[in-house]
Design a protein around this ligand. Sequence first.
Ligand SMILES: [Zn+2]
Ligand SMILES: [Zn+2]
Length: 271
Amino acid sequence: MRLWLLGVRGSTPAPGPDFVRYGGHTSCVAIAADGHDAPTLVLDAGTGLRTLTALLPGPAYRGAILLSHLHWDHVQGIPFFVAGDHYQSVVDLYLPAQGGLSGRDLLARMMSPPSFPITPEGLRGAWTFNALPPGRIDIGGFAVTAAEVAHKGGRTYGYRVDDLSGSLAYLPDHAPVQGCSDEVRAMIRGVDVLLHDAQFLESERSTADLFGHATVDEAITLANEANVGTLVLFHHSPVRTDTQLDALARELAASMPVVLAVEGQRIDIPG
Ligand SMILES: [Zn+2]
Ligand SMILES: [Zn+2]
């Protein structure tokens, strides 16, 4: 499979000259199945989702979108995804089931007046909004596993995606200090690529704990324990400049390959 990192920031977009190289869009990863050119699976719909339209062979998106959770930095791209808001689009959107509400009603909590001009059904095309329980599901030829992870404010999932070519796990917002379940550890065990929350540094520990996020060191420890192939540090703090991220990349010490996510980066699995 092939991944495109379309947004690698957490919390808010980070525009400006200090954020050009690592990019300023919030969380979004597009995935094409092995042997296919076009992405048909998207992980999270942060502002980076806007840039997916240019990668598609046609004007409309046909595929799925999996949301890790409903915080703004993971959903704000939805109504601005031109190929999704298109009369020919066919989009199945999945989000963590919670509170006994439908997928539509959960999304409408942030996407409806007065917070936003339209409701979910105002999107053009054929959309479905699905409240997803934890567990295994086949979506468009991918085997998807969803497991609940510790974060703050609403239910949050980490995902694993497998196809015949390989595997990746995606945990953009995760507070391992609150406890990492056996289920989550099993889900990420041995994946080819792990994209993991690395918003904070150990020197920012109190803020990381307050906001329910991981530190870079925690991400590395988890990846080491899970014996992953490559760790991709993801969900960078919106105040971390290119210069600071370069410095961080030079200091990393781990027993497996570790890279910092860069907006626009393409990752092939197997690499
Ligand atoms: Zn986030
Ligand atoms: Zn979050």
